[in-house]
Design a protein around this ligand. Structure first.
Ligand SMILES: [Fe+2]
Ligand SMILES: [Fe+2]
Length: 289
């Protein structure tokens, strides 16, 4: 059986030089290690190319799903593609680099703990994680504007050609659900999505108004329906493990320097998902704080 380990990480945010250094220091522990990158690599197209390129050269296989930040169209980015066109260009970039995306056939981990299907997903959010005490999405969004907690996605994540991010999300849900339903029912799967598939992990957000940009109620039972062994996600910048219906959910984000500097341990520590346990320390990387 191959000796490799499947690791996961997300929210590399390489626009920050300190986070770029974390990526430069990121190394596998064996030649057959795989790495999941669960979104928010960066905003600028060339930054995403750089980071995924570095990782694709080092790990036997890299599996990526988009975060909201890759889908932004920053005004100063020479690549001004928006919405679906931008996503398609990112998928094309992944193909050039040999990185798997949600548009490729799902890879199967056949190392220790396998076989397990690795399913990177892109299902966005649809504002259904309402602010407590309101009844409609419009009220929920209005509340966010009132208190001044508005995700930058509202300005930079364009849904073109869909009329709204909500409509784009609906389309993604439909496509993704269809693909997952085609998997053999006896196959275990690791579901990989930038946003948590269930709402519970968002309950500890400092600003509850932010939850509406963190997922959709329509994926609430996917970990059970599709037999997930583990769910890997990021976006919240609150790295931790929670359990839902007996399924392990792991938030694997690095986050911004001001966030990771406050946490104990090495920033950018890769999380082991499946496979051989490294004899001493797992792949540790990044600046020690
Ligand atoms: Fe992030
Ligand atoms: Fe994010």
């Amino acid at each position: 059986m191959p000796a490799g380990t499947l690791y996961a990480i997300s929210d590399l945010h390489v626009a920050y030089e300190e986070n770029r250094q974390i990526v430069r220091d990121m190394r596998p522990t064996s030649a057959s290690d795989w790495l999941i990158v669960a979104g928010d690599v960066g905003e600028r197209f060339e930054d995403v190319r750089w980071a995924l390129g570095v990782l694709a050269e080092r790990f036997e296989r890299v599996i990526w799903c988009p975060g909201n930040h890759e889908l932004w169209t920053p005004p100063d980015d020479p690549v001004q593609l928006r919405g679906v066109e931008r996503y398609d260009a990112l998928v094309e970039l992944c193909r050039e680099l040999g990185v798997s995306s949600p548009e490729d056939e799902y890879a199967v981990w056949t190392g220790a703990d396998g076989p397990v299907v690795l399913a990177p997903l892109f299902v966005l959010y649809d504002y259904s994680f309402l602010v407590p005490g309101v009844r409609t999405k419009a009220e929920s969004l209005a509340r966010a504007y009132e208190v001044g907690v508005v995700c930058t996605d509202e300005m930079l994540l364009h849904p073109d050609p869909f009329p709204s991010r909500e409509a784009w999300c609906a389309d993604r849900l439909e496509r993704t659900e269809r693909r997952l339903a085609e998997l053999p029912s006896d196959r275990e799967v690791v579901l990989i999505n930038h946003f948590p598939l269930v709402r519970a992990p968002t309950r500890i957000l400092r600003y509850p108004e932010f939850a509406q940009w963190c997922g959709t109620t329509r994926t609430a039972d996917w970990h059970v329906r599709f037999g997930a062994r583990t769910v890997i996600y990021g976006h919240l910048h609150i790295p931790r493990v929670t359990w839902h219906d007996g399924v392990r959910f792991e938030e694997v984000s690095v986050g911004y320097p001001r966030e990771w500097r406050r946490r104990p341990g090495a920033a950018g520590r890769l999380r082991r998902v499946l496979g051989t346990r490294a004899p001493s320390t797992p792949a540790r990387v990044g600046a020690q704080r």
